[in-house]
Design a protein around this ligand. Sequence first.
Ligand code: MN
Length: 239
Amino acid sequence: MFTMDRRSLILGSAAVVAASALSRGYAQAPTGPYKLDPLPYPTSKNEPSIDAQTMEIHRDRHHAAYVNNLNGVMTQQPDLAKRPLLELLTDLNSVPEAVRTTVRNNGGGHANHTMFWQIMGGAGGEPKGDVKAAIDRDFGGFDKLQDQFNAAGMRVFGSGWVFVTVARDGKLALVTKPNQDTPLMDGQRTLMGNDVWEHAYYLKYQNRRPDYLKAWWNVVNWDKVSERYSAAKAGTLTI
Ligand code: MN
């Protein structure tokens, strides 16, 4: 079973590479069917904070399942496949009720994980430039952001996410969401976020979510976060 999964993923990856020109920057391909973007670094890149096996299972199984489920909806609802994912998530009430929960969970999951892989694979450290200035202004400093973010991540009961949202004027805010919900559903944009589902950390950290939350900062790619911040201010940040 494992071999089959791997083979289908490998076969699928050529199409993903071909499609990557469509999803350059931070805009997703304009319409479905949806694809997993190539991971921009090896699965071992986030070691030791996030182990390679967790990265593999998380992306190749969990994220892939969200993409597959979303594409399953699109085969039943071809009109939905013509609309950008951002639009569907922003206006879930316009999605037919029969598939609304599936789009919410799997479309949200696809958007959240696409963002998540982008902003990891880095060297951690301190934020830079405009993002640092915004963090200082809106949270009172990077240490305070980390404290508030990690505390918020601890308060998520069960599965969910902790996000920093970014408004068009650059203002940052902390938001948590259950399940695969995303601030996009409230018309907001996500600067960065951390996945606090157990599948994101259980192999290495078991029940120790605080240790995971703390270690995750070691792999944040602040250059990517800065790019997302600039895109948000330019109005081009999607998912
Ligand atoms: Mn996840």
